[in-house]
Design a protein around this ligand. Structure first.
Ligand SMILES: NC(=O)c1ccc[n+]([C@@H]2O[C@H](COP(=O)([O-])OP(=O)(O)OC[C@H]3O[C@@H](n4cnc5c(N)ncnc54)[C@H](OP(=O)(O)O)[C@@H]3O)[C@@H](O)[C@H]2O)c1
Length: 359
C-alpha cells in the first residue's frame, strides 16, 4: 500500500507535468518532485520545452545537496539515453538519490531502461504509483509512441439537438464566450489544429491561440484537396502562427504565407493516415481536430480519433448539419461506444470529454 505522502507528492509531480502541455513535442510532458531523506520537498521541476532540461534535472538543480539520500517522484520512467540532454537515471544516481518512484514505464525503445540502471546502482525503485493519472496527463505522447501517429482530439461545439451550424450555414456563436475561451486552452495544448476546406470556406477561421499566457502557437493545418479554399488574405495566412495547407499531389499551388504538403487522394478528399504521417514526421504529437463534420467523419472512419470533446450549448436549431457526418457506420452494431471521462459546466454550456472504448 502506498503511503499518503507518496501519493500527495506524486500528484504534485503530475500537476507539474501538465504545465508543459503543448510545448514539449516531440518529447513527453514530465513532472518531478524530490524530497530529502526526511521526506520534505526540496526540489520541483517539469520538462518545459523540447531540447531543454528534463524534469529531473530542474528538480535536482533546485534540491542541490539535499537530494542525497532522498526520494525522486517522477511521472515517467527516468530516461536512460543521451539525446539533446544527458540521461536522467545517471543524474539521479550522481545526486545520491536513494529511492525513485515513477508512475509510467517509458515505452520509447530508445529511452527505456532507466529503472534497471537505477537498480543496478543500488537505488530502490518503485513503479506504478498514480499510473492512471500520469498516463492520462501524457496521453498524447504515449498514444503517438504506441501508434506511430499523433494523438487526435476531436472538438466540436453543438446545440443541445446536436447541430453545429444553422440550415443556412451560419454558426457564430453556438456556444458561450466561456466555452470559446476554453477552446483556446485546448489549442494551446495541441501541436497542430486541423480543419477541412468546408470550414475554411464557411468561417475563414484564425485557429491561433489567444489569451493563454506563455502558449506555444500550434501549427494551423487546412485540409484543402484542390488548393482552392484558402485564398490570399485568409486569416490563417497571417503571422500569428505557422500554417500548413494539405493539398493533393496533382492540385494547383496554395497561396503565399503558408507551407503546403502534397498528399495522396482518398476515395473522398485526402488520405487521413497520410496526413497524420506527414504531421508526425514534423514532430506533431497531438492534433486538435476542429471539424467540420465531413472531415471529422473521415477521421472517425479511419479510426483516427482518440478523444472527443463536445461543447453542448442550451440552444435548439432543429435543422442544420449534425456534429458528425458519415463515418462509415451504417448499422447500430457498428456504433462506436465511448467512455465519458469528464463532464464540466463551462459558463452556460456543458463540456463532455469521452474516449473511444479500448483506445
Ligand atoms: N460548431 C462547430 O464545432 C463547427 C466546427 C467546424 C465547422 N463548423 C461548421 O461546419 C460547416 C462546414 O462543414 P463541412 O463538413 O462542410 O466542412 P469540413 O469538414 O471542414 O470540410 C470538408 C471538406 O474537407 C475536404 N476533405 C479533405 N480530405 C477529406 C477527407 N478525407 N474526407 C472528407 N473530406 C475531406 C473535402 O473537400 P475537398 O476535398 O474539396 O478539399 C470536404 O468537402 C460550416 O458551416 C462550419 O461553420 C462548425
Amino acid at each position: 500500500m502506498a503511503q499518503q505522502a507518496d501519493i500527495t507528492t506524486m500528484r504534485r509531480a503530475v500537476e507539474l507535468a501538465a504545465r508543459g502541455l503543448g510545448a514539449t513535442s516531440p518529447n513527453p510532458v514530465v513532472g518531478c518532485v524530490i524530497t530529502d531523506a526526511s521526506g520534505h520537498v526540496v526540489g520541483e521541476g517539469f520538462h518545459q520545452r523540447a531540447g531543454g532540461p528534463h524534469a529531473e534535472v530542474h528538480a535536482l538543480r533546485e534540491a542541490g545537496v539535499l537530494a542525497r539520500g532522498g526520494t525522486a517522484y517522477v511521472t515517467l520512467e527516468p530516461c536512460n539515453h543521451t539525446g539533446r540532454t544527458g540521461p536522467c537515471a545517471q543524474a539521479l544516481i550522481e545526486a545520491g538519490v536513494s529511492r525513485v518512484v515513477y508512475a509510467v514505464g517509458d515505452p520509447n525503445p530508445q529511452a527505456t531502461g532507466g529503472a534497471d540502471t537505477l537498480r543496478a546502482a543500488g537505488a530502490e525503485v518503485e513503479q506504478g504509483l498514480l499510473e492512471a493519472e500520469a498516463e492520462a496527463g501524457n496521453i498524447a505522447w504515449l498514444t503517438s509512441v504506441r501508434h506511430g501517429r499523433p494523438f487526435v482530439r476531436w472538438k466540436y461545439a453543438a446545440t443541445l439537438d446536436g447541430r453545429i451550424a444553422a440550415a443556412d450555414g451560419t454558426s457564430r456563436w453556438i456556444t458561450s464566450a466561456e466555452s470559446r475561451t476554453d477552446v483556446h486552452r485546448l489549442r494551446a495544448e495541441a501541436d497542430a489544429v486541423v480543419v477541412g476546406s468546408g470550414t475554411a470556406r464557411a468561417d475563414d477561421p484564425h485557429l491561433a491561440v489567444r489569451g493563454v499566457e506563455g502558449a506555444v502557437q500550434p501549427l494551423r493545418v487546412v485540409v484543402d484537396t484542390e488548393a482552392t479554399a484558402v485564398k490570399p488574405g485568409a486569416r490563417v495566412l497571417d503571422d500569428a502562427a505557422p500554417t500548413l495547407i494539405a493539398i493533393a499531389e496533382d492540385a494547383g499551388t496554395s497561396p503565399d504565407g503558408a507551407e503546403s504538403v502534397r498528399l495522396p487522394r482518398a476515395e473522398r478528399g485526402l488520405s487521413v493516415p497520410a496526413l497524420l504521417d506527414a504531421l508526425h514526421a514534423r514532430g506533431v504529437r497531438s492534433v486538435l481536430l476542429e471539424g467540420g463534420p465531413t472531415l471529422a467523419g473521415a477521421f472517425v472512419a479511419a479510426g483516427a480519433v482518440d478523444q472527443v470533446v463536445g461543447y453542448l450549448a442550451p440552444v435548439l436549431l432543429g435543422a442544420g448539419p449534425n456534429a458528425l457526418a458519415d463515418a462509415g457506420i451504417s448499422t447500430i452494431t457498428e456504433a462506436l461506444r465511448l467512455d465519458v471521462t469528464e463532464t464540466v459546466r463551462v459558463g452556460p454550456d456543458l463540456r463532455i470529454t469521452a474516449t473511444l472504448k479500448g483506445a
